[in-house]
Ligand binder design. Sequence first.
Ligand code: FAD
Length: 475
Amino acid sequence: MPIPAESTAITIQRLSISPVSNSVISRHVAVIGAGAAGLVTARELRRKGHSVVVFERGDQVGGTWVYTAMVESDCLGLDPTRTKVHSSLYGSLRTNLPREAMGFSDYPFFYRDDPDRDPRRFPGHREVLMYLKDFAREFRICELVRFETEVVRVRLMEGSKWNVKSRKRDEDEAGFDEIFDAVVVCNGHHTEPRIAWIPGMNEWPGKQMHSHNYRVPEPFRDQVVVLIGSSASAVDISQDIAGVAKEVHIAARTVGDETFGKQPGYDNMWLHPMIGSVSGDGTVYFQDGSFVLADVILHCTGYKYDFPFLETNGVVTVDDNRVGPLYKHVFPPALAPWLSFVGLTWKVIPFPMFELQSKWIAGVLSNQLMLPSQEEMMEDVETLYSSLEAAGTPKRYTHCMGISQFEYNSWLAAQCGCPGNEEWRVQMYHAHGRNKLARSKAFRDEWEDHHLVLQAHEDFIKYTSNGVSDKCVSE
Ligand code: FAD
């Protein structure tokens, strides 16, 4: 889906980026969103001396981690006029990464000795929000944030400047226009549901919803629920619901045939191949011919990238969940470095990657780091697209990384002249992956990588003893 083009044609004039220079340049930069990505981006930009405005439509920092019991008016997320809720968190959510690995590299996510905090290695969602609030407080980010202020339009102007129109909640209907040198988009990508299209779904009489609107299991008591998906959320939610539902049937595309059938440890959960079709009498047919009469279909089928405010004259588009073209998932070559994105990648350890992406952006904007030419960046993008195509990888996996995240992080770190992945963090990610496979129900409470936890804590001492980190801070 292309991002809407502007009505007036605009010449994209790419300002030349001079070679690495000693004279540090300060830019006026708009950051959209005060989630983990926007917070660390604001910190890195300010460290490089840029003047930063963070626009946040919510009333607090934290983005996804601000849990709300509210759900949207259209639970499937198809109605574009529905009232939107940003966060997709459910009440029982505990992190799916160990906290040592999850935190920013220089602001460790360790347990604070406070009875109000969650000491667990895989804490509940509130603890993550508290951590992000601590981070914002430590680095005085809130003073840069305009809360309850939604960016409604980002328009490219002549001369590569950006017109940013924002609207304060309950105020100025017309909005407020400002000019910025650069815009960093940190708006998150877990808000706009992607739905599995199923033959017959419009006639199916039961309740359909997307996991974006799942909060607590109680409404599913005694119901027969078919849940589509096999992601971390799908696994969590199926276990949550199994505690109260009559039956839980999981329809998954990406599991081996041998795992289909009744699930060990449950007397009311079955794993099936994908749904083939559904019918008006309430039956759900799976692709292997088996079927159930169900009350609810719960789509745990992921999210769409969405930038409703962005007008780039068609330079940046979203096509089957590929945002592009983007050099290294961050800069659109034709608009670099004046437009950039932090946090598009998935199946990664997000926070430390956001940190590296934002260091890179901040360094390039201050002329301390150099980007290749537009043509070279485009070539790099084309090479990525060709390799994905050759491997038969659908476009929607363009920003999916998995283990290649560590090579990517090392590349970013090398650009910035920073230390890359800590060895313990890499090893912990792998150990955690193995533990999750071995203990799908208990991985958050039982593990074997105690030596890596110790190594992480040894590493953390250098940040906690000085208070604020001095790692890679060159103002
Ligand atoms: P968000 O946190 O979504 O923040 C985006 C911000 O932008 C929001 O505050 C929003 O209000 C604001 N915004 C959006 N549009 C506008 C606009 N037009 N104007 C102004 N403001 C705007 N990660 C982990 O590391 N560990 C986990 O265990 C983990 N579990 C997860 C579980 C779930 C269910 C989900 C959905 C995600 C999970 N993640 C986890 C990934 C999580 O998304 C990232 O950790 C991270 O929080 C993403 O941060 P972000 O800043 O990119 O986006």
